[in-house]
Every structure is written in structure tokens, then in C-alpha cells.
Design a protein around this ligand. Structure first.
Ligand SMILES: [Zn+2]
Ligand SMILES: [Zn+2]
Length: 340
């Protein structure tokens, strides 16, 4: 089968590898589309992690079951899967936080096991989800990143009527805005410094106001729009100024969820303590978040299909270099891996 593999820092090629064997409890999936995630680039290719080992990254995908093995799936089922692999027995797994299981990376798709930048992969039965007909293969490859954003919005406490501030308008910020709106937020405001991303945010139906992160008097504008302070915020920029502004813009007792690596907010201990604000990290998502995204995409409450730009495996190297030097600006590059 064809795979994309890392041969050096910032260098990957299309190569060949045998189709993986189907082990007990796993099914063989033919990959339809696979999304490129920032973490694939920054943690894997950019740094040359596992270079030269014929390893395969990719954890955002859609596909079709070709060999169900001993699982309950059938050949031909359209599916996606969660990339992490919890043990099912530890305190986190039993407590509904499988995404924090110490074993979560042990055989994860595109993490330690081979991933979706290949024509075939295997996934664990309990992590595979059948796709509703109303979600096409391209949008299905974006369920995973959207679940990350949904998790961030849920941790921030977004509910019906919430006024929500999102800082950073890359894919995760944009999808966090879509998630917040789908959860019933009455006001979604997003800040972004990149003019191209800001333009996209301004056109998004699920964002009420998109503001330049460098605009003068930004804090005043935010307060005006919210009629005071926000009910919660999701930080998706990794920028300290944005994170600090987000923390200062939420109500006493409110939560700022951080989804971007980078600099956290500068904490003024006096107001932080007196206002009992919370800074919450967010990693992966719960299975409930993942299921909620599938349900909300299926009935159209979440529609992020337009943010995908479709490329092929042969375009991947150029696309990644373009992402690195700022000449490629799509929110999400989704590779067509195989066709029917
Ligand atoms: Zn990702
Ligand atoms: Zn566990």
C-alpha cells in the first residue's frame, strides 16, 4: 500500500509498506480522506520524530471497513475512529476520562501505531464509529479536530445562552466557535491577528463578531459587544497577549480553557484570586464529545465542510512546507487517500 513517511526533519515521501495485519479486536479500514493536523507537522514531521522508520502519521480520517476481523462491523461500513487507546481499567477510564488514561498513546492511530496517511490502517473496535449517511467523507475526516474544539467549549462551560470569547481563528478556534454556537451560545466573538483567517471568521455563520487581535481599544469593544464580561473563553492562539485578554474578559467564577500550546495568560493574582477565575487545560476529547460532534454534523448543527481544501498524498510535502512558510492558508488540508 502507499504511505506517506518521514525520512528527515521537514521531509517526507510517498513510499510502500505492506497492508497491516488484522489483530484480534481490531478491524482493517481503507482510508478515504485524512486531515493534516498542526501536531503532525510540529511534533512529527517538523522535528523528524521517527524519521527513517517507515512510520505513518495521521489521526483525522474517514474510511471504509474492508476486513472487520472479529469485530461487530461489516465490510463496507463507512467509519471514523478515535486515535487514542485507553486501557479501560484505570481510574481515569472508569471515571469517564479515557482521554487521560496513561495508556492512551500505547497503540494510538498515528501516534505510536501507524496512522491515516496510508491506504489502510487498523483500529480498535471500541474506538471505531459508524458514520451517518448525511456526513460526507471529507467532513468526516474533520470530526476529530472538531471534537478537540467541542471538548474545549464543554470544559469552558458553554451552554444555552452563553456569551463566549474565542481567541485564535485557526482550525481549532474556528471549530470551537462552531461548537459553541451549536451548544446554544447566544454570542460568539472571535479574535484573530492573521488577516486571511480573520476574513474567514467574518464570513462564518456561527460567529457573531470577528475582531482583529491587534485592533486599538479591543478590550473596550469586547466589553461593549458582551454588554460586560463573557461567560467563558476558549484560548486557541498560543499568544500570551490574547490569553491574558481572554482571562481578563471573563466573569468572576468563569473558566478559560486553553487548547493551544504556547504562552499562557499573565495572571494578575489579585483579580484572579478575588474573582475565582479558572484556567483549564484541554487535551483530546471524551467519547461523549466525539459522539456529540457526529450527531451535530449529521443534523447540520455543525457544518465545517467548506474549510477543507482537498489535496493528494503527492501534494503533502509541498503543502507542509507552505504551511511552514505561510504561503498555504487553508484552515484544513484534507488528503484524498483512496477512492471507491
Ligand atoms: Zn490533531
Ligand atoms: Zn485507562
Amino acid at each position: 500500500m502507499r504511505i506517506l513517511t518521514i525520512v528527515d526533519k521537514k521531509k517526507m515521501i510517498v513510499a510502500e509498506k505492506p497492508v497491516p495485519k488484522v489483530e484480534p479486536g481490531r478491524a482493517l479500514i481503507k482510508v478515504s480522506y485524512a486531515g493534516i493536523c498542526g501536531s503532525d507537522w510540529h511534533m512529527v514531521w517538523g522535528n523528524g520524530v521517527r524519521a527513517g522508520q517507515n512510520a505513518v502519521a495521521g489521526h483525522e480520517f474517514s474510511g471504509v471497513i474492508v476486513d472487520p476481523g472479529d469485530t461487530h462491523f461489516k465490510a463496507g461500513d463507512r467509519v471514523t475512529a478515535i486515535e487514542y487507546t485507553p486501557c479501560g481499567e484505570c481510574e481515569y477510564c472508569r471515571g469517564g476520562k479515557k482521554h487521560l488514561c496513561p495508556e492512551r498513546f500505547s497503540t494510538g492511530i498515528g501516534l505510536t501505531n501507524d496512522g491515516a496517511f496510508a491506504e489502510y490502517l487498523t483500529a480498535r473496535e471500541d474506538m471505531i464509529y459508524k458514520l451517518p449517511d448525511s456526513i460526507d467523507d471529507v467532513q468526516a475526516a474533520m470530526i476529530e479536530p472538531c471534537a478537540v474544539s467541542m471538548h474545549g467549549a464543554s470544559l469552558a462551560g458553554v451552554k444555552e445562552g452563553s456569551k463566549v470569547l474565542i481567541t485564535g481563528g485557526g482550525a481549532i478556534g474556528l471549530f470551537a466557535a462552531a461548537s459553541a454556537k451549536a451548544l446554544g451560545a447566544s454570542l460568539v466573538v472571535l479574535t484573530e491577528v492573521n488577516p486571511i483567517r480573520l476574513g474567514q471568521a467574518r464570513e462564518a455563520a456561527f460567529i457573531d463578531h470577528a475582531l482583529s487581535g491587534t485592533a486599538e481599544g479591543l478590550t473596550d469593544t469586547l466589553h461593549e459587544l458582551a454588554g460586560g464580561l463573557f461567560d467563558c473563553a476558549v484560548e486557541c492562539s498560543g499568544n500570551q497577549r490574547a490569553a491574558t485578554m481572554a482571562l481578563e474578559s471573563i466573569k468572576p467564577g468563569a473558566t478559560l480553557t486553553m487548547l493551544a500550546y504556547g504562552s499562557g495568560p499573565q495572571v494578575d493574582s489579585f483579580s484572579f484570586i478575588n474573582d475565582e477565575k479558572r484556567i483549564q487545560g484541554g487535551v483530546f476529547f471524551t467519547q461523549e464529545d466525539f459522539e456529540r460532534v457526529i450527531a451535530m454534523m449529521a443534523d447540520g448543527r455543525i457544518d465545517i465542510r467548506q474549510y477543507a481544501e482537498i489535496i493528494t498524498m503527492d501534494d503533502a510535502q509541498d503543502t507542509l512546507l507552505g504551511l511552514d512558510n505561510g504561503t498555504k492558508n487553508a484552515q484544513k488540508y484534507v488528503m484524498k487517500i483512496t477512492s471507491e
